[in-house]
Design a protein around this ligand. Structure first.
Ligand code: ADP
Ligand code: ZN
Length: 615
């Protein structure tokens, strides 16, 4: 095999351009593909959206014989095959949904070498008859998708995956490439051992997702906050995650009542309703899906423009994975977490139910990490990457609320002293609510009874509302100046650092969050600019084609490809070919519909973006 494919580098680049319409490889794609072409086993961890499919689709197109892709989700196979077919790769799938005739057809095509890419469910590898047939087919290599499913240490173990170990045994000369988006070092070793990869080329890509913009906002009336965000992102597809089924239903109903095409998704819905809602979201018929974490596996939709966490996630891994579903196409996407310390006890409640003591303390630790992530005034990206053992090299990532300066540091020393003085003068025996009552000068029976209307700071904070003081208390807790003691009725206690502030030896600053009310004239602001009006038109063209072809819209062209068109206004085939994501087959099939629309748009509107502003 090696001699057959020497000098494949020009072929790789040509195929990348002609078939996929991309100008250059994403990080690691090239070395993975080279290893496959050289007949070496591969183990690759790449983040969601990193471009794993291309790593096996491209060699599948170049190599003789069929590439077998093992993929865990039958529900996804059809979309994956449709996407490959649209790109001009001959593809098919084999799973329990096919009847005998359809199976026979596929076997015949395999025999005549008519299929480049065959998707297969893992359970088939436990069937001796199937393996015997497979042995008679010319196979270029095996690609194992979602390879972490083979490990009990991973988060999504599937016993079916264990049977994949027959592959290296039965096909000793065929390379195997295993891919996953999440694997700690331990899971990685487990995967390599369980499948039996033979001295694989190991690739661990950065976990950084440069096109995701991370934002954490204080949560209050979260439904209204979500609606506010959606107003600036009309019709964009996105996910809202909520913790409970009830809150999923409530938020979905609220959004629908405000005219948003939102649908609920949780494990309590009937199977067919769940599938229908997911399908509608997948096909851009419903823009927003409000879901519990049951929604996720099996979401291949590449044009998700935002992921909102309306409640605190349980741990950073899930947060990373859930936000990772945004922006797979590489176009900018927003990740917003609405954070309130009020969510902490709810998660603690679940953790308290865990009977295994060790597991309980791990979960608790993970919760604390998440709270730290949400409350530290440190670049969100830096913190996330650090969690995965990666150092983010730059001081300013430019794409999180901290780095983009949409939050501003303000000195809150005096106000902090008001709070801490009230705590100190009531002997640190009361909770946040009561302390806030004192500083805002509330006239309650309890205050009168305890004669706390005579403390020096009673009413000293009248000029600000309770919400502000609540924020400040949270901030002081987050910064470790005060802490909450006691489980059922937590009281506020001064920490050493806090005393220093109280006695004027140190100062405190907090983040002031500025919510941009004004909508930028072009979507995305400085982050990424394109002609929004044209995008709306091209989206419609795409939707019509997708309906006709019965595939999800992103399979025709990704959002990123449309954005590119909305920056450079291609009206000739040559221009169109330069757009990222437009390969020969798609140009031939659909190019003219988009060019017609762009021409029409230009004859009625001036260019909003001049060509040289394109990145
Ligand atoms: P993953 O499976 O790793 O989550 P995908 O394979 O779905 O990621 O790829 C994500 C998106 O990136 C797809 O829209 C794909 O077309 C695009 N993509 C992949 N490779 C490239 C590349 N070299 N240049 C531009 N876009 C790419
Ligand atoms: Zn940052």
């Amino acid at each position: 095999m090696i001699s057959e494919h020497q000098g494949t580098e020009p072929a790789m680049l040509d195929t990348l351009k002609a078939v996929f319409g991309f100008q250059c490889f994403r990080p690691n794609q090239e070395s993975i593909i080279k290893s496959i072409l050289n007949g070496q086993d591969v183990f690759a961890v790449m983040p969601t959206g990193g471009g794993k499919s291309l790593c096996y689709q491209l060699p599948a197109k170049i190599l003789q014989g069929t590439t077998i892709v093992i993929s865990p989700l039958i529900s996804l196979m059809k979309d994956q095959v449709d996407a490959a077919l649209e790109t001009g790769i001959s593809a098919a799938f084999m799973n329990s949904s096919l009847n005998a005739q359809e199976m026979a057809d596929i076997y015949r095509m395999l025999k005549y070498n008519k299929i480049d890419l065959l998707y297969i469910a893992p359970e088939r590898f436990a069937m001796p008859h199937f393996l015997e047939t497979l042995k008679t087919v010319p196979i270029s290599f095996f690609a194992i998708d979602e390879a972490h499913c083979v490990s009990e240490w991973g988060h999504d173990f599937r016993p079916d995956y264990l049977s994949l170990s027959v592959i290296p045994e039965m096909f000793p000369h065929v390379p195997v490439a295993a891919f996953t988006a999440t694997a700690t070092q331990r899971v990685q070793e487990d995967i390599i051992g369980k499948i039996g990869l033979r001295s694989p080329k190991i690739i661990r890509a950065s976990f950084n997702r440069p096109n995701l913009f991370y934002r954490i906002k204080r949560k209050s009336k979260v439904d209204v906050q979500i609606l506010e965000f959606l107003k600036g992102h009309r019709d964009e597809p996105g996910i809202v995650y909520r913790t409970t089924r009830d809150s999923v239903m409530d938020t979905a109903a609220f959004l629908v009542s405000k005219g948003i095409a939102a649908l609920p998704y949780h494990a309590g819905l009937k199977g067919d309703e769940r599938t229908r809602n997911q399908e509608a979201f997948n096909r851009d018929e419903a823009s927003v899906i409000v879901a519990t974490i049951a929604f996720g596996m099996g979401i291949d939709k590449s044009n998700i423009r935002f992921v909102i966490h309306a409640d605190l996630p349980r741990n950073i891994e899930s947060y990373y994975q859930e936000t990772g579903r945004a922006g797979r196409d590489g176009a900018p996407a927003h990740c917003i977490l609405f954070f309130s310390r009020g969510d902490i006890p709810k998660i603690r409640y679940f953790i308290d139910q865990i009977t295994d003591e060790k597991e309980r303390s791990i979960s608790m630790e993970k919760l604390n990490q998440t709270v730290g992530f949400a409350s530290h005034n440190v670049c969100r990206r830096k913190q996330l990457l650090k969690f995965f053992g990666e150092e983010y090299p730059s001081d300013n990532c430019g794409a999180c609320d901290i780095c983009s300066g949409s939050v501003e540091q303000i000195d809150v020393t005096t106000d902090a002293q008001i709070i801490m003085s009230a705590m100190s003068r009531t002997r640190q025996r009361f909770g946040a609510g009561y302390i806030i009552d004192i500083v805002t000068g509330a006239d309650t029976k309890r205050i009168r009874d305890l004669q706390h209307n005579t403390v020096k700071t009673y009413g000293a904070g009248k000029h600000r509302d309770r919400k502000y003081w609540r924020f400040l208390v949270d901030e002081l807790i987050a910064q470790g100046l005060i802490r909450q003691d006691g489980d059922r009725y937590p009281v506020l206690k001064l920490a050493q650092k806090g005393s220093e502030v109280l006695f004027g030896q140190d100062r405190v600053s907090a983040l002031k969050r500025e919510d941009a009310k004004r909508k930028p004239p072009l979507k995305g602001g400085e982050f990424d600019r394109y002609d929004e009006d044209l995008f709306e038109k091209l989206r419609l063209v795409r939707k019509n084609i997708a309906e006709e072809q019965q595939v999800p819209p992103y399979v025709i062209f990704s959002d990123k490809t449309l954005h590119d068109m909305c920056r450079s206004y291609p009206v000739s085939s040559a221009d169109m070919k330069r757009i990222s994501g437009v390969g020969d087959v798609k140009l031939e099939r659909y190019g003219r519909y988009f060019m017609d629309e762009i021409r029409r748009h230009l004859s009625n509107n001036p260019r909003k973006i001049t060509a040289n502003t394109t990145r």
